[in-house]
Design a binder for this molecule. Sequence first.
Ligand SMILES: Nc1ncnc2c1ncn2[C@@H]1O[C@H](COP(=O)(O)OP(=O)(O)OP(=O)(O)O)[C@@H](O)[C@H]1O
Ligand SMILES: [Mg+2]
Length: 235
Amino acid sequence: MDALLAVEGLTTGYGRKQVVFGASLAVRAGEVVALIGHNGAGKTTTLKALAGLLPAWQGRVVFDGAPVERASSAARVRRGLAFVPQEHFVFADLSVAENLELGAFSVADRRLAAGRHEAVLTLLPVLAERRRQLAGTLSGGEQRMLSLGMALMMRPRLLLLDEPSLGLAPLLVERIMETIQDIVRRERLTVLLVEQNIRHALAIAARVYVMRTGRVILEESGAAMAARGEWWDLF
Ligand SMILES: Nc1ncnc2c1ncn2[C@@H]1O[C@H](COP(=O)(O)OP(=O)(O)OP(=O)(O)O)[C@@H](O)[C@H]1O
Ligand SMILES: [Mg+2]
């Protein structure tokens, strides 16, 4: 398979505690792929290892044809691999615009960063209306959009998105999923999306991996997954 991201036998954990036991998955360019599973299955831990925020103990991570499992997180960002964390990651005392500038830290050319600023505000109009507002005074959903905007400032090719719907009201979940889909189309982006809610994931993902206790136990098309009557027996 011609994958933008290929992960083979990834193991990792915290200190001596192993959390991920040989996870393998692949994401082709232009795809939205979901990684789903219960609380504590190891989804966030897997994304952190892919982003270089946790060392891979074993296994290979190939991004755009090059092995990156030993690369620093900054080097992975420069290659176009960006991570949007599950927890809100915005600087509360800075404005929306200043947060976006920080998101552009790895854009070497400042003129490119300035152009990017306008592009990101076009993709996320809710931020444009609030560009002077302090990030700490944004609602939860708006802070999610800002974290996404900060990652988009680097013009990534692949986004690792950790539960963008977490804690949002159903209407906002729909809106953020539509926004992600819109950005994927307009920016030719590829996404590995972590979700706990299969229904939310299936709204935009063409393929799904199911993770349980640190292992990828199933890979299926979104259509096949949607056709299943009952999902909970998967976990
Ligand atoms: N910093 C840490 N130190 C030690 N153990 C951790 C740490 N972070 C997570 N864990 C453990 O690793 C396991 C997997 O956690 P992880 O956050 O990857 O799960 P998850 O699938 O993302 O769950 P959720 O859906 O709740 O976000 C859990 O047992 C958790 O307690
Ligand atoms: Mg998580």
